[in-house]
Write a protein that binds this ligand. Sequence first.
Ligand code: GDP
Length: 313
Amino acid sequence: MFNSLSDRLTGTFKNLRGKGRLTESDINSTIRDIRLALIDADVATPVVREFTGRVRQRALGAEVSGALNPGQQVVKIVNDELIQILGGETRRLNMAKTGPTVIMLAGLQGSGKTTFAGKLARLLRDQGHFPVLVAADLQRPNAVRQLEVVADRAGVPCFAPERGNEGGHDAVTETGEGTRSFGDPVWVAQAGVGQAKVRQYDVVIVDTAGRLAVDEALMDQARNIRDAIQPDEVLFVIDAMIGQAAIETALAFSKGVDFTGVVLSKLDGDARGGAALSVASVTGKPIMYSSIGEQVKDIEVFHPDRMASRILD
Ligand code: GDP
């Protein structure tokens, strides 16, 4: 995903690393190269401005110290600041102290939510948890079935709003919580979480509906589900391929559902990806996972320091 950004920055640093002394004009020309590389990679303009401002300030004030020559010191500053832009520390899942940990997924249609639900469930299952998926995306006719397929691949159960217990899947009707419509995603989400409690699953991952664009009805529904199930995490899944639109979408979801963490999906693609990298900085919310393919194993915990090294090495 970040090949071209990485090549540009590495090229800039190659000249710098060997330098014994750095003049202000060396620093200025380095900052200019970095700015252009970030802009070309689609990094959001305010993020580029803040980033280059901080690098410049620190580079000009840097004392020559220890084992690093001035060029290497600038490279280190860029690395440190990139880690900050990407969210600083690795942020782990916030697990509930009692009862199941409830994780709600939100994002636009096609962003990769359903696929990610399976990946996360599998990752947690491999860590010794007992996750269950809940199909509260009732917008698309096929979404419930798709989540069931994903659950099968991940080897975890799926609570779906079906009458009876078809296909070996648990039906949310079993909780018997009232007689509200099967078409009500808030009820389905609540009933699914209720059933997970009864059956002692320790993680519930609730898939919700997306639309092709942000709209009020989508946000209202997501907010209603969130308020009903009181999740420990609301993860916002964003397709890294959508370019600059990622920023606007992330801000809309941040305002709409106040998500707690970001999932960057489709990082295996060949888009420039800088907009997705800006999401943590623009929203102030940490990136927690990256999704790097269509298979259930294609998930990584997001480590800002490792991502920075991957981009700069
Ligand atoms: P949803 O509408 O948000 O639930 O999105 P889906 O999970 O259905 O994903 C939409 C499409 O993107 C599907 O064709 C997925 O196979 C594909 N997809 C999801 N995640 C990834 C990923 O990390 N990499 C790639 N290459 N494709 C993905």
